[in-house]
Design a binder for this molecule. Structure first.
Ligand code: FES
Length: 98
């Protein structure tokens, strides 16, 4: 079976499920997952590129490149590779990576 996202888990992560949403669609992560992983397990990109065609999916995965900023429905803008997923987060991708 092919994973629907860009990332896939290589090993099951123990811990409680964390419900969140991506563009209104229900999604699930595990406690301790970073937001970038939680999104990219479900999607192929984090957001649309602001300065041209295409999509962005992060690059460095360690808080340096600034390529992983994502918007939440509550108005927050977060760096996904340094933010833990929280229950109820509502990620808005602008149509990226569906
Ligand atoms: S992926 Fe580079 S800062 Fe997040």
């Amino acid at each position: 079976m092919t994973a629907p996202g860009l990332f896939r888990r290589v090993r099951a992560r123990p811990g409680p499920a964390i419900p969140f949403s991506i563009d209104g669609a229900p999604a699930e992560a595990r406690a301790g997952d970073l937001l970038i992983g939680a999104i990219l397990l479900h999607r192929r990109a984090l957001r649309r590129f602001e300065f041209g065609p295409g999509e962005r999916a992060g690059f460095c995965l360690m808080g340096a490149c600034q390529d992983c900023w994502v918007d939440l429905a509550d108005g927050r803008r977060l760096r996904a590779c340094t933010t833990l997923v929280e229950p109820g987060m509502a990620v808005v991708t602008g149509g990226a990576g569906a």
